[in-house]
Design a protein. Structure first.
Length: 334
């Protein structure tokens, strides 16, 4: 009797182990094929930011920098979410931002601003003083590089994806277009000197990764028909047209992008979905975003941190989401 009981318990244990393995394998397979999982926000952060956010950054001291409409100043917040000031400030001595399309930070805390309204890139010191400014026609995005230079993307491409320039605006090297015309997308950085170009005029949303010297490291695309654009919300991209009214996008487009500074894994937002790629550009998983109340989140800016992702919605503000891998690890831990 005791022997049969031992055998029965062992069999039950093996069945439970197999079921657990199958469950985790099923989740892995679901992620491999891109089936979106629900990812729910833990709550809103920076509550005084109502909407219109186009960029969120964080410096080495733990301060957060937020660019929101009307895009004439970059708000600065402490690690606890309290507002600490803005750029420009009194130290800027009259230097202004006319209309910032984008900004980024270098490791020393300098703020690089693509001031499209002034046709210039402006570099502010951490205290807000203006260090330099140089002319760029209609700058779309800017990425500081480790050697003090920066990559700049302009809406006036002239057959160039983007250029690397010094702090006086002198072009050091240009990244030119391949035969297909896909040059109207913004660029992003990962803090390690890599540059990511998001194509916006290709049929399928596409990202290409470059190193700082122009070598293409990988490219990935997402099938546009995977993403249903909700009729209830207008779909705007970071690109606007100067002549006439800015159009509403009629196809899936990359609305926000971020790279994890620790792992160089990347996150791409399209409509209300967030798609995760590993450091080699292989797709890992997809997530559908919402608030605890069930409202759909459609990202306009992302910031990846060690244990969370900050995601801005055009109308609802900025929300704190857990990194899905942290949730999975917690769910499978004994």
């Amino acid at each position: 009797m005791f022997r049969r009981l031992q055998i029965g318990l062992a069999a039950a244990f093996l069945l439970a182990l197999a079921a657990a393995w199958n469950s985790s394998r099923f989740l892995a397979l679901a992620q491999e094929v891109g089936a979106p999982h629900e990812l729910i926000s833990r709550g809103r952060v920076f509550p005084d930011v109502a909407g219109g956010v186009s960029a969120i950054k964080k410096d080495s001291a733990g301060h957060y920098y937020v660019l929101a409409a009307p895009a004439k100043a970059i708000s600065v917040y402490l690690a606890d979410g309290k507002r600490a000031g803005q750029i420009p400030n009194l130290n800027s001595r009259g230097a202004a931002i006319v209309y910032a399309q984008d900004f980024d930070l270098d490791p020393a805390g300098h703020i690089f601003v693509a001031d499209r309204g002034a046709n210039a890139v402006k570099i502010f010191a951490p205290d807000g003083s203006l260090e330099t400014s140089f002319n760029v026609t209609m700058p779309l995005s800017v990425v500081p590089l480790a050697d003090g230079t920066c990559a700049v993307k302009s809406l006036v491409s002239g057959g160039v994806y983007f250029s690397v320039v010094n702090r006086q605006g002198k072009s050091l090297r240009a990244f030119r277009s391949p035969p297909r015309d896909a040059s109207n997308g913004p660029i992003f950085g990962d803090g390690a000197g890599n540059i990511y170009l998001a194509f916006t005029d290709t049929d399928d949303p596409t990202v290409r990764k470059y190193d700082a010297y122009g070598a293409s490291q990988y490219e990935f695309s997402l099938a546009a028909d995977e993403f249903a654009l909700p009729a209830s919300r207008k779909q705007w991209t970071k690109i606007t047209i100067e002549r006439g009214a800015a159009p509403v996008s009629t196809k899936a487009a990359i609305q926000a992008f971020a790279a994890d500074p620790e792992s160089q894994e990347t996150w791409v937002a399209i409509s209300d979905e967030l798609v995760h790629f590993d450091k080699d550009g292989n797709r890992r998983a997809a997530y559908r975003l919402s608030t605890p109340a069930g409202a759909s989140i459609q990202p306009t800016a992302l910031l990846v941190e060690h244990a969370r992702i900050l995601i801005a919605d055009e109308e609802l503000g900025i929300f704190d989401f857990p990194l899905p891998e942290r949730l999975a690890a917690a769910a499978t831990s004994p």
